[in-house]
Design a protein around this ligand. Structure first.
Ligand code: 6PG
Length: 254
């Protein structure tokens, strides 16, 4: 499916635009089934998402949301480096999503990443059916960030996890960005989603975006190409400033 690259005039406008697209993704999901499955990343994403959603919460059916993490650091859930803690602080503590529908790393397994990944895969199966009935889960929406090295989820350049073709959740103990031990959704899971959105702001991402969107260098974020789903890049002006690729100004209604 072709990608759409939106350029917004500011990071605040990115948040507003993201809110509109998340609402559309939710409504599309609820027209087909009774739940909205979404995977969140860490970094700046929870703050941007919260800014957009909390400014205009009308229309969101929080009781239908099932929230997973695109990746998670293997640390206790109340640890300053936990992606769940970040999402909880920024957004989840402020909206009435049932806590049973927020799927976290099993905190008993922080020292056992292989088991933590297996446990997280089992949690995915409780929502998306088992591996024997579906090859890969189909998320309604996956929200991603991109690091300056082109990583996304916890899929880092030249890492063997990029080759994973069977598992839904992988683990690593050698992340080049600390902390070293993490679990992550695998590329086939990301590429089976109905909609994937990268949210990337700031001038420090400019050169990496040129590598990915103009030069099509095979960095991890460039390997996100949903098979049947839609792919969006949400950029602010500083992030988009070096790009030659066709940019779409944010339309009034996404
Ligand atoms: O696990 C991590 O180390 C972070 O979650 C990381 O993957 C982050 O999502 C990207 O680096 C984008 O970060 P920003 O959104 O802050 O640019």
């Amino acid at each position: 499916m072709p990608r759409t690259v939106y350029e917004f005039p500011s990071a605040d406008a990115v948040a507003t635009g993201l809110r509109d697209l998340v609402l559309r993704a939710q409504d599309e999901a609820l027209s087909k089934h009774d739940r909205f499955t979404v995977a969140l990343s860490g970094g700046s994403l929870p703050n941007t998402l919260a800014k957009g959603l909390l400014a205009k919460p009308e229309g969101f059916r929080w009781d239908r949301w099932h929230v997973f993490y695109a990746d998670e650091r293997c640390v206790p859930l109340d640890h300053p480096e936990s992606n769940h803690r970040l999402a909880q602080t920024e957004l989840l503590s402020k909206v009435p999503i049932p806590s049973s529908q927020v799927y976290t790393l099993n905190p008993a397994l922080v020292e056992k990443p292989a088991e933590a990944a297996e446990d997280y895969q089992k949690q995915l199966m409780t929502v998306f059916a088992t591996k024997s009935t579906v090859r890969f889960p189909v998320f309604d929406l996956i929200l991603l960030g991109m690091g300056p090295d082109g990583h996304t989820c916890s899929l880092f350049p030249n890492h063997a996890l990029l080759e994973e073709s069977e598992q839904w959740v992988g683990y690593l103990t050698d992340s080049p960005k600390p902390p070293p031990t993490r679990i992550t959704l695998t590329l086939p899971v990301v590429n089976h989603a109905h909609m994937v959105v990268f949210v990337t702001t700031g001038a420090n991402k400019k050169d990496t975006l040129v590598q990915i969107l103009d030069r099509k260098e095979p960095l991890p974020a460039a390997q996100v190409n949903p098979i049947h789903g839609q792919l969006y890049w949400f950029l602010d002006e500083p992030a988009a400033s070096g790009l030659q690729t066709t940019l779409v100004d944010k339309p009034a209604v996404l």
